[in-house]
Design a protein around this ligand. Sequence first.
Ligand code: NAD
Length: 454
Amino acid sequence: MKIINPATEAVITELAEDTSTSINEKYQLLKEGQAAWAMVPLAERIACIATFYDLLDTEKDELARTLTSEMGKPLQQAYNEINGARGRIKFFIDQSAKYLAEEWIITEGATKEKIVYEPLGIIANISAWNYPFLVGVNVFIPALIGGNAVFYKPSEYSTLTGLHIQRLLLKAGIPDNCFQTAIGKGAVGEQLLQLPLDGYFFTGSYRTGKYIAERVASKLVPCQLELGGKDPLYVMDDVADIANVAANALEGVVYNNGQSCCAVERIYVHEKVYDAFVASYVAQLQKLVVGDPLDAATDIGPLSRKEQMEFLISQINDAEDKGATVLAGGNMLDREGYFLEPTVLVNVNHHMKIMMEESFGPVVGIQKVADDAEAISLMQDTEYGLTASIYSATYERAEVLMKQLNTGTVYWNCCDRVSANLPWSGRKSSGLGSTLSYQGIRAFVQPKAYHIRG
Ligand code: NAD
């Protein structure tokens, strides 16, 4: 398997993909190791994760450069991701003991009752490339703390980062028969589906996620899916600082080159502030620097995958064919690497793919709306349900809409944000189950009910 640098199209290295034999050997190792790991006291399991937390900091320079070289995010954003992942790990280090402790429910009388949380067993962590540290730690950290063994499948577009993660976990004291990495593309992931694992935790596209859910359904084990989105942002007519709102929206669209599950993918603006918002958005967009992700001046690096260029250009063409106007961007850069100009379209509507299909790039359509009723109706017109954002002067007016939105997350005066304290979950085609928060600790254990008489 070739690992390509998307900024230069150079081959960084070639790796051997796992075979069915090597996958089975790794599975046998995990089978041997999991029960012993579950017997290790919780405090010791957490101590290993605390060492991993430190190692991420010690080795951050190499980790950040590897991440940028294989998926193209600007180097500063690679550092931000590692820091963000450490923040989430800290949450699990601090909170897990509380939520994994046995709970006495009835302590008086003839029959006492308690709940004990036991690991699921060996879980699959099939992961995405856009934030390999962040989406990875949502799963393998609480899974390991909970006493599970993890069969980790990094994306083929962030494999070198996946291998660093494995190396550092082992260095931190996680036994190698508790954490194994499957190297390869979808066909290797497919082999994990054939194993009798005790849980499937997937981050990636709706298409693959739905396939995996169907494929493992008959195993009757937990299956959680963190999938894509088409996340809307609505600007009400009473916002005070339109330039600031436009700056927020722009960052929500283009951060990580728009390759975020919760990136802003559609913008609706009240007609009273529409012209001012669009002018400010375009003016700020034109200042963004697209180029070498290792250069500190760069805001936007290359797209991570070659196929994505054609996909985004076809979305833009479809919108133009149906009457949209490109106000800025719209073209690939004439140089090696997979660079697309940040792009904004107006005169858009919901007959266009750009407003209905996940884009996963630095591209957005801005649509004018007459009032809150039209805005909420358009925001709800989607198969997805990950996040939605509202900007307004008063929380009360925004909250009326926030209550109606069928999404796992709602934002007021912010966007494209994840907190370890809160559950991260998608509704409809955006996913199933939650990671992060105490729910994301309990997701990797199963309750056992004790009835104790006498
Ligand atoms: P993808 O579905 O192409 O791949 C995800 C993983 O699944 C990869 O490791 C891949 O090798 C593996 N895979 C592919 N086919 C498989 C099969 N048949 N069996 C088992 N495994 C298989 O997704 P991607 O391109 O890596 O990620 C981008 C998508 O992920 C976007 O839609 C994005 O919105 C979503 N995402 C969601 C979240 C979230 O938290 N909701 C976070 C990050 C990314």
